[in-house]
Design a protein around this ligand. Structure first.
Ligand SMILES: [Zn+2]
Ligand SMILES: [Zn+2]
Length: 1051
């Protein structure tokens, strides 16, 4: 022990020597860019709130003079320059470390949703279950109309004519129909996987790319003798690229240019199929192949999807495409029947997903999830008139629990005919059964018996085969879990599955089909439940670890903020001086390491996924760090103990208000109208406060009130922005007017002390004399371009290359200009506001363009509010308090310590940051952005560029808020990173709340939203940081003129 003690003190000394040597070498170098008054031994004239003075006075009473709160004062006042420099370095290192830790932690914990909710359902190694019945069909034609929503398919048009006459005649005369319920994400790839392979792909597959096949999976095509597939290059290769027994073709990507009518894509697929049949007349080998059994023909019809995206599902082009699709179905039917003439073909017509009114898909809205399903031909039942008794419910619904048999709208004109709804994945076992093939091994679909026309015996065999296939998946998963876990908890209801199987076999041999059917269905239901059980097996453990981790992170952050940016800071240096404490810290850390090791070994034995190690490691690490700060925590506790009751109440009050605001924000995620109330009330409160604080009569309170009320309007508007070009153009005028007003204020507010810190006339230098005029001109020009390029699009013409070029140029050029503006607070912010306006206008389609101006006005009001508080505190300050200014200083770059009341700034920031999003949208439609807003930049369908542009559009209001936030921290001389950490700690309160709000029951809309809320909140740490870094380019050289020249003289 003695040796260890010596050793650690030796190391300590070495570190000290090294640090001091660095300091000296630093001092020898001429410090570049350092402000002449950055010397800490000479305090700066500082503005400060009165509360701070009071706090400091009280502190002194408690701790005795010269002692500081935790002894920082004697370190700093001892004149030890090295300590201050070391402190600075330590802080810098610590900040960098915290940012890295925060990013890593949030990334790791965000990945946990992939382990918890998006765990891939695929397992390998099960054997297919060969069915024991005669196949009713020899071949199957699968027609998928991409993006065709159910209501547009079934309902009549305004003149009462139905759009799909052929398929309606099928429904009425020779087939079955229903609604197939897709599961979010309602995207093409998961939709097709559900139809063809029978399972719901984990949404992470979407991120792994559309063209490549991230995982091998079994499909109906795989089981077929041969598959012919024609369609989009995004879909067909998913299933056919690795399939040797397939013939497929797809058109080049350029065909998907969405400026024209895309129904020719459907025709392309049909033509391919037709020419295949024609070719077979000359090709005997092909003919022989076509005449064999177990064939699948898949025609992917992309027209509806492309036209829906480009022209929305209410457009005549989309609706006409429904007719095209129906016509193709008719032609395919006639072609096939003419060719084979054997009545052994089954037909299935469906869609992979719907299309929302905005021309997008992806979320769980019924317009996206409800797709038509029509089946007819060999092995399919004939229509049956509806009766009360045959209203079947399709049994257990796997995770997806929404109601299926929603009433059929009367205008569909189909209420007399039985409708059978299915889950999208049920189509795969249906196709397998029609062809007499084994179900795809990963399928979780339940065979919809109401579609199949077979003998009772064959029906039982078909359901049994389906049940066995689901059961074998369950058994495989159960086995894998059992072989790995130390404390295995089996799924009890299926403990005696083999008795159940025997019972079913017995009933079948006794020709007791009804009982056998009932048992088979029960077995399938249990097996599906069991699959779900193993899918969610680790939830409790993971959720505990992760919520502990978040809590630890918040505590750690708050400790850091207290240690580094408040008057409590400086403590760590005292710690370094006492070796005993270091020794204790080492002990704590050693314990932490040991604990971590034990957990890792346990996880390793259980063969847990590598990320499980990451979750536990991060959590244990954080708590170890917190425990090793126990000295500080104890000191903190003693501090609080020594304080007066009033102070404790104040802290608790601040916490309560913060939690209230954060809970308000959590609720606003589902109800954006809350912001309307919020801003109506805030407008009144802010203007009253301003009115009281300002000693002279001015328009500022009125301005703040009106700005808030103006902004409150936007959260009442529909989240799905209606197109309105006049608003966009009008907003251009408004933005120029706001800019001119700010400019006028900037130029004419001289001589007033209140405006001094904002306008900053001493520093007015710009390398660009006509900058303001140029920026205003660009805003005007972008308004003109908005009207020009849209009028071209309305006339169904393509976006002119010239327009496209000008739009890109304006957007790019205008964003560089703010960098050259004068560095006064108001002039720089005005310039940033004008700089992003053209890009935003070009990306706008409706009222959100006005929102941009309204948000800027509120941000201005916020700045004025903070400036007023500052001004009021300056006016009130008595000369006697000047000696306390010393306590105020102590952070780098002349920043002052954070105080309790400063929490209002991160809180206000968070409200504004969220309203920047909710002013123009909501999370219900997060996956389905308004796609037409990118038309002024691109015409060819390129998902990544489009997504990038849309995300950039979202970024712009956020950037404005962050710029204002940065300006306010400069105005108040607060440490910006300290405020950033507070924002992160506060937003993690919301993250935890959302983590617990994540649900796995209810409609998919709710499930999807709850998951995306959590994901978005976890991403915020990176998101905010990224935006901080980005906006720092614009705001870093904002200069606030020294606000209190008289006090400096007094010093
Ligand atoms: Zn699609
Ligand atoms: Zn689409």
């Amino acid at each position: 022990k003695e040796i260890g003690f010596r050793l650690s003190s030796l190391i300590q000394q070495r570190v000290l020597i090294k640090l001091e040597a660095e300091d000296i070498s630093k001092e020898i170098e001429p410090s570049q860019g350092a402000k002449p008054n950055s010397d800490f031994s000479q305090p700066l004239p500082k503005n400060k709130a009165e509360t701070n003075i009071r706090i400091n006075k009280r502190t002194k009473k408690n701790m005795g003079r010269g002692d500081g709160i935790l002894g920082i004062r004697d370190a700093a006042e001892g004149g030890s320059r090295a300590t201050v420099t070391r402190r600075k370095k330590w802080l810098k290192r610590r900040e960098r470390w915290l940012v890295v830790l925060g990013v890593v932690l949030h990334a790791v914990y965000m990945l946990s949703i992939f382990d918890i909710y998006f765990k891939t359902p695929i397992v390998h190694g099960m054997d297919p279950v060969t069915p024991r019945f005669q196949a009713p069909a020899k071949r199957l034609i699968l027609l998928v109309a991409d993006g065709l929503r159910a209501d547009k398919f079934y309902e009549p048009d305004s003149e009462g004519n139905f759009r799909a006459p052929f398929l309606r005649s099928v429904i009425k005369e020779k087939g079955r129909w229903g609604v197939s319920h897709a599961r979010p994400p309602t995207e093409s790839r998961p939709g097709h996987v559900a139809i063809i392979a029978g399972f719901y792909e984990d949404p992470s597959a979407v991120t792994k790319g559309w063209k490549a096949n991230p995982v091998e999976f079994d499909s109906v095509f795989n089981r077929s003798r041969h598959t012919f597939a024609f369609g989009s290059p995004d879909i067909v290769p998913i299933f056919c690229r690795a399939l040797p027994h397939s013939t497929w073709n797809s058109y080049p990507h350029e065909f998907e240019d969405f400026a024209t009518d895309a129904s020719f894509l459907d025709e392309w697929s049909f033509d391919q199929f037709q020419s295949l049949l024609n070719r077979s007349n000359q090709d005997p080998k092909l003919k022989e192949l076509l005449l064999q059994d177990n064939l699948v023909v898949f025609l992917h019809l992309l027209g509806c999807d492309s036209n829906g995206h480009a022209h929305k599902p209410y457009s005549s082009i989309y609706l006409n495409n429904v007719k095209v699709v129906d016509n193709i179905a008719a032609r395919v039917y006639n072609l096939v029947e003419d060719y084979f003439k054997d009545n052994r073909t089954a037909y299935i017509f469906t869609a992979d997903h719907g299309m929302s009114d905005k021309g997008s898909h992806g979320d769980g809205h019924p317009s996206n999830t409800d797709t038509p399903l029509v089946a007819w031909g060999a092995g399919v039942k004939y229509p049956r008139p509806i009766s009360r008794s045959n209203l079947t419910d399709c049994g257990f619904r796997f995770i997806d629990e929404h109601m299926h048999d929603t009433p059929t709208p009367t205008e569909w004109g189909l209420h007399g005919i039985e409708r059978v709804d299915v889950n999208q994945a049920d189509i795969a076992p249906l196709m397998s059964t029609l062809l007499g093939l084994p179900c795809p091994v990963n399928s979780v679909g339940s065979l919809p018996l109401d579609y199949v026309n077979m003998s009772e015996e064959a029906e039982v065999e078909a359901v049994l085969a389906n049940s066995k296939q689901v059961l074998s998946q369950f058994l495989y998963k159960s086995q894998m879990k059992q072989s790995n876990s130390l404390n295995f908890k089996p799924f009890k209801p299926l403990a005696h599955y083999s008795t159940m199987l025997n019972e079913i076999e017995y009933q079948i041999s006794a020709k007791n089909h009804e009982a056998a059917m009932k048992l088979s269905e029960e077995l399938r239901g249990l097996a599906l439940q069991g699959l779900n059980y193993f899918q969610t097996y680790d939830w409790l453990m993971l959720m505990t670890v992760i919520s502990l981790g978040y809590i630890g992170w918040m505590i750690y952050l708050v400790l850091h903020v207290l240690q580094s940016y408040t008057s409590l800071s400086g403590y760590p240096f005292r710690k370094e001086q006492t070796v005993h404490q270091t020794n204790d810290t080492t002990k704590v850390q050693l314990c932490g390491c040991l604990f971590m090791g034990v957990i890792s070994i346990l996880l390793f034995i259980e063969r847990s996924p590598p990320l499980y190690h990451a979750y536990t490691t991060v959590t244990v690490f954080l708590w170890t760090q917190i425990f090793s700060e126990y000295q500080f925590i104890r000191a903190l506790w003693n501090q609080l103990h020594g304080r007066r009751f009033y102070y404790i109440i104040k802290i608790l009050g601040t916490c309560a208000v913060s939690v209230f605001i954060l809970e308000f924000l959590v609720n606003s995620f589902t109800e954006r109208q809350l912001y309307t109330w919020c801003f109506l009330i805030v407008g009144v409160i802010a203007s009253l406060t301003l009115f009281k604080s300002l000693p002279w009569r001015s328009g500022i309170p009125l301005f703040a009130c009106l700005a808030c009320w103006f902004l409150s309007v936007f959260t009442l508007m529909p989240a799905e922005i209606p197109e309105n070009n006049h608003l966009v153009i009008g907003s251009g005028v408004m933005i120029i007017m706001i800019g001119m007003a700010a400019r006028w204020l900037d130029l004419h507010a001289e001589g007033n002390k209140y405006w001094l810190s904002i306008c900053n006339h001493e520093m007015k230098t710009t390398s660009f004399p006509m900058l303001f005029q140029l920026q205003a001109l660009l805003v005007g020009l972008s308004s003109v371009m908005v009207s020009l390029s849209t009028s071209h699009r309305i006339q169904k013409r393509e976006l002119l290359a010239l327009h496209q070029f000008i739009n890109w140029f304006i957007a790019g050029f205008s964003m560089i200009l703010p960098l050259f503006s004068a560095n006064g607070l108001l002039s720089r912010l005005t310039s940033i506001f004008l700089g992003f306006a053209p890009t935003f206008l070009l990306l706008s389609i409706g009222y959100e363009a006005i929102f941009y101006g309204a948000l800027a006005l509120v941000l201005m009001a916020w700045i004025l509010f903070e400036n007023t508080l500052l001004y009021a505190s300056k006016v009130k300050r008595s000369p006697a308090s000047l000696q306390n200014v010393k306590d105020d200083v102590g952070l780098e770059f002349g920043n002052r310590y954070l105080q309790l009341s400063d929490v209002r700034i991160p809180l206000t920031f968070m409200v504004l940051f969220n309203v920047a999003f909710f002013g123009t949208g909501n999370f219900a439609s997060i996956a389905s952005f308004e796609i037409s807003s990118v038309y002024r930049f691109i015409t060819v369908f390129s998902p990544f560029l489009m997504a990038a542009l849309l995300i950039f559009k979202l970024f712009i209001p956020f950037m404005l808020v962050i710029c204002a936030f940065s300006a306010i921290t400069k105005l108040n001389r607060l440490p910006r990173l300290g405020c950033y950490f507070l924002v992160i700690a506060l937003s993690d309160v919301m993250t935890i709340h959302f983590f617990f709000l994540v649900r796995n029951k209810g409609s998919w809309m709710e499930i999807g939203n709850s998951i995306s809320h959590f994901g978005i909140m976890s991403a915020q740490v990176v998101f905010v940081l990224l935006l901080f870094a980005l906006t720092n380019i614009y705001t870093k050289d904002i200069h606030i003129s020294s606000t209190h020249p008289s006090s400096r003289k007094a010093m």
